[in-house]
Design a protein around this ligand. Structure first.
Ligand SMILES: C[S@@+](CC[C@H](N)C(=O)[O-])C[C@H]1O[C@@H](n2cnc3c(N)ncnc32)[C@H](O)[C@@H]1O
Length: 291
């Protein structure tokens, strides 16, 4: 049975926004609407809730969950990195709260045909937004070997990145690599072996590049800092060290504009880890906008 998406660090997120008057809120990754439901429930003062996601399927699910608040919601199909442009279109000049909970959702992983998972067979796609141009298939079949090695090293932290890239180039000379199973078969014998499935890091790296995830995060957070009104708060949940580093650095570099609320990143408690294994690597960081 498909699992419903469970919002991670929900109590911790609510705590960040507790006592803050949230008239306008921007959620960059509304997904299944789990965090949105709780935030809207806890903050009846919200006048406009901007619910943004790249994935139209996520938006249609969120529409159902958030039906009771439909008059307050501005639906945005797009990338949260473009938050400035989205708010301009809505003629919104400032926000009081901003949240992103990045990465793939359980629904996206469960929809095998989208190619996010190395379990099972599917076309090598990995686009969160099906209208975007770049797919994982194009990357593995068309990028030069050196570029593939760089991608696996930088975004997957795969120690055997050059071997993986060379195996891919060797395989694609014979036949185009089309499916997740094709890729797993090529990568498995050469990738780093350890606790994780050997294709984990390669899949992570491809997903990051297909969806331009790190640039989205950096630009989204920088814009959020510029758009948030004094005493407003910005929170980000990330799932691996590359992302957490970006969140930490963007917040640290804005020390004239924000106060850090989380000296160390906040993680899940034991109970949440047991109930929702996806939460295990989650890290929450937050800041408050200064005057
Ligand atoms: C982990 S889920 C969010 C779950 C949500 N917080 C909830 O409680 O249901 C991540 C969502 O972010 C979306 N997403 C990832 N990167 C994005 C981006 N740059 N812009 C907009 N949406 C993005 C994905 O499509 C996915 O639906």
């Amino acid at each position: 049975m498909k699992k419903a998406h469970q919002p991670v660090l929900l109590q911790e997120v609510l705590k960040i926004f507790e006592g803050v008057e949230l008239r306008v809120f921007f959620e960059g990754t509304v997904g299944a609407g789990g965090h949105a439901q709780a935030i809207l429930g806890a903050h009846p003062e919200i006048e406009r809730y901007c619910a943004c996601d790249r994935d139209p399927k996520a938006l249609s699910l969120a529409r159902k969950v958030l039906e009771p608040w439909k008059d307050k919601i501005e639906w945005i199909h797009g990338a949260y990195g473009d938050v400035k442009r989205h708010l301009k279109t809505l003629t919104i000049r400032g926000i009081d709260g901003f949240l992103v909970d990045i990465g793939v959702s359980s629904m996206q992983l469960d929809e095998r045909e989208r190619g996010f998972s190395f379990l099972g067979d599917a076309p090598l796609d990995m686009r969160m937004d099906p209208e975007a141009n770049l797919t994982a298939e194009r990357i593995v079949n068309e990028y030069p070997e050196k570029e593939l090695a760089r991608i696996f090293f930088e975004y997957g932290e795969e120690r055997r990145s050059r071997k993986v890239a060379s195996a891919i180039v060797e395989a694609r000379r014979k036949r185009r690599i089309r499916t997740t199973e094709d890729l797993v078969r090529i990568v498995k014998p050469v990738a780093t072996r350890g606790r994780l499935h050997p294709a984990t890091l390669v899949f992570q790296a491809l997903r990051i590049v297909v969806n331009d995830e790190l640039k989205q995060l950096e630009e989204g957070l920088k814009s959020a800092i510029a758009l948030t009104r004094p005493r407003g708060r910005i929170a980000a949940i990330s799932f691996h060290s590359l992302e957490d580093r970006i969140v930490k650095n963007v917040f640290r570099d804005a020390k004239k504009e924000v106060a850090i609320l989380t000296k160390k990143p906040v993680g899940p408690n034991l109970q949440e880890m047991r109930i929702n294994p996806r939460s295990r690597s989650a890290k929450l960081r937050a800041v408050e906008r200064l005057e």
